[in-house]
Ligand binder design. Sequence first.
Ligand SMILES: [Zn+2]
Length: 150
Amino acid sequence: MKGKKHAFCSRQCLADFSNKSKNPDGYSKLKDFTNISHHMTKLNKTMNPTRMTIETRTKLRKARLGTGNCNGYSKIYGRSAHRVIMEELLGRPLSTEEVIHHRDGNRYNNIPENLVVFPTASDHAKFHFEFRWFIRQLKRIQEVEDADSQ
Ligand SMILES: [Zn+2]
């Protein structure tokens, strides 16, 4: 076994060896991990000089813009936009149980026609489950029809 200094009898044995609290002198002694991020930056610069140019960074920024914020929903003053809009439509505050579903699957499409309220998260999940089942049935029918017409 080239390059391998340790052989382990089991996965558990390997896990115990790698565990810092169980074996503080384990892996940390095998290799020098200090300054590893510094080494990576240097390595990237020499081996991949065109990687993080201003152009790439601008592109990445644009591609990732608005996709952050933990859950990827647009926000109105820190609250999920679809919830604020639904409360406006209902004329009452939503309970924490209630879940808003986007009909077209696009979480940024917050026009009233695209929003549905589910009383709980499990009702919402059930809907998605049944909807997927329904789509599968449609596909099956389509396949049968396609086979018949050939
Ligand atoms: Zn949904």
